[in-house]
Design a protein around this ligand. Structure first.
Ligand code: SF4
Length: 301
């Protein structure tokens, strides 16, 4: 039996579903039941009938899946796969902001720890952040943890007062305008599609700015045939699957998230066999994490 066949057989036997983020290795995306970005996968996790969820992604995704499904088994192929940005805010600052500003909403990017989510009023993803922040009644918005996404949203909602936090995604934040300009001069017909976790100077050079799923949708629906992609390179799997005739380029410094790349087929098989790396969360934390997540799912409808 091949490793893929073993995974498929165990999946059936254990009534498990495999969710994979667009940034994991292609061979892992290939065996997944659902592939998507954080928003889509959190929706799938909240709706699945499977008893076990194998989450091929980083730890905050497993935490969200567990919070939304406390009665289910959530397994992480590599428990050390963690998003550095998810930790780049602190509860002390949130408390201080709540004291300083009246009429404040703490808006938490889904790429954050459960501990940060429980202290927030609502979660957002890059796909729904503008819609959700616009729908909030509050004037003051403390957006955690990503400063680049916060600035991108703030520019579209000038009627709100944004307070910024200095978090960032190390993979997206290191993208450089010089490398983008080089890619543009090498591929003059290519459209530039960028993720809002990139620095503002990069976003200013883009033809389209959106979430990972937004980038895939844009490239798929576009009549253009060439694209420079400014997000994690794992997305090229889905882009080429859907658009075999189109060309996709990245900057010379390939944007790679080392944590997402920790997920391998061997590790998926291992957790299915052993139930190792199960996500545990105390019921109080799960309940308080569910609140901002459910508010997001409600407001994003
Ligand atoms: S790409 Fe960035 S935001 Fe996404 S998991 Fe990796 S470090 Fe976190």
């Amino acid at each position: 039996m091949t490793i893929t066949e073993e995974i498929q057989a165990l999946k059936k036997e254990k009534n498990a579903v495999i969710l994979a983020h667009y940034y994991v290795e292609p061979q892992v995306q290939e065996i997944a039941d659902y592939i998507g970005d954080s928003y889509y996968l959190s929706k799938v996790a909240s709706e699945t009938g499977a008893g076990t969820i194998v989450f091929c992604g980083v730890s905050f995704m497993g935490e969200s899946a567990k919070a939304l499904n406390p009665e289910k088994i959530v397994l992480m192929p590599d428990i050390s796969a963690d998003c550095p940005m998810a930790h780049m805010a602190d509860t002390e600052t949130i408390k201080n902001m709540r004291e300083k500003y009246e009429d404040l909403a703490v808006v938490c990017y889904i790429n954050s720890t459960a501990e940060l989510k429980r202290h927030s009023d609502v979660c957002v993803t890059s796909a729904n952040a503008v819609k959700i922040v616009k729908a909030l009644p509050n004037k003051n918005i403390f957006f955690i943890p990503d400063r680049n996404l916060a600035h991108f949203i703030a520019d579209q909602i000038p009627e709100k007062n944004f307070i910024y936090n200095e978090g960032y995604c190390p993979t997206h934040d290191k993208m450089q305008t010089e490398e983008m300009q080089k890619a543009k001069s090498e591929h003059p017909d290519a459209k530039v599609l960028a993720h809002p976790e990139c620095p503002k100077t990069v976003l200013q050079l883009a033809d389209y700015v959106g979430s990972t799923s937004g980038i895939i949708k844009y490239a798929t629906e576009s009549k253009d045939m060439e694209f420079i992609i400014c997000t994690e390179e794992g997305v090229s799997y889905e882009l080429t699957q859907r658009n075999p005739d189109k060309k996709f380029y990245f900057t010379d410094t390939l944007p790679v998230c080392p944590d997402m790349k920790l997920i391998t087929l061997k590790k998926v098989l291992h957790v299915l066999k052993t139930k190792d790396n199960e996500v545990h969360m105390d019921s109080g934390l799960a309940q308080e994490t569910r609140r901002p997540l459910n508010r997001m799912l409600e407001l994003a409808k």
